[in-house]
Design a protein around this ligand. Structure first.
Ligand SMILES: N[C@@H](CCC(=O)N[C@@H](CS)C(=O)NCC(=O)O)C(=O)O
Length: 225
């Protein structure tokens, strides 16, 4: 039997967090190796473990996988979270790509310079409430089912919940005009694997705090590229 997947990243959300969410939702236990310094990342690189010299990297089923989307696709396919056919998969892909676009915007918020923060936050709220959330609200309302795609639990539900919770960290009442998404959030948060991941002490990571920002910027050489 293959061992547990092993995740290589820093001890924070970044691009790895969605991978943690998906594994947890699938009920898969995983190990994590964190690097604290740029030197530790460079060591991994020198060992030849990073195909494109970047993380996230996940050791899984004898592979050293990189590229976030490739990793997520593999986990989703393996654990039956990727629809029943090509068309469902296409819809799931559209939905999750949009959540990842919004996540990317939110991920960059903590590292904005102080003078750019308010504008960046306004952009997050505007995109969430006028571009992305209305689509999911309508989709759930129109088909009236519990899950986004195909009337069964998929990565689309997991990734949308992750994004909703991140958006609420930016603006706690961001769902106020989206009653169907409020119900969706409650429902999906109650799925046992997800409920467990949402509890304190799980491998879910908190938002990046002020004192971790210089560390993350130094590990990834952000601003010096
Ligand atoms: N397309 C890649 C992008 C990966 C990426 O940008 N990783 C960052 C950390 S989140 C990194 O390794 N930066 C160091 C570098 O690019 O040298 C993916 O989605 O995995």
């Amino acid at each position: 039997m293959a061992g547990k997947p092993k995740l290589y990243y820093f001890n924070g959300r970044g691009r790895m967090e969605t991978i943690r969410w998906l594994l947890a939702a699938a009920g898969i236990e995983f190990e994590e190796q964190f690097f604290e310094t740029r030197e530790e990342l460079l060591k991994l690189l020198q060992d030849g473990a990073l195909l494109f010299q970047q993380v996230p990297m996940v050791e899984i089923d004898g592979m050293k996988m990189v590229q976030t989307r490739a990793i997520l696709n593999y986990i989703a396919g393996k654990h039956n979270l990727y629809g029943k056919d090509m068309k469902e998969r296409a819809l799931i892909d559209m939905y999750v790509e949009a959540t990842m676009d919004l996540n990317e915007l939110m991920m960059h918020y903590p590292i904005q310079p102080p003078e750019a923060k308010a504008k960046h936050l306004a952009k997050i709220v505007e995109k969430a409430t006028t571009r992305y959330f209305p689509v999911y609200e309508k989709a759930l309302k129109v088909h009236g089912q519990d899950f986004l795609v195909g009337n069964r639990f998929s990565r689309a539900d997991v990734q949308l919940l992750e994004t909703i919770l991140m958006a609420e960290e930016c603006k706690p009442d961001i769902l106020s005009k989206f009653p169907v998404l409020q119900a969706f959030k409650a429902r999906i948060s109650n799925i046992p694997t997800i409920k467990k991941f949402l509890q304190p002490g799980s491998q879910r990571k908190p938002p990046l705090d002020e004192k971790s920002i210089p560390k993350v910027m130094s590990i990834f050489n952000i601003g010096n590229e």
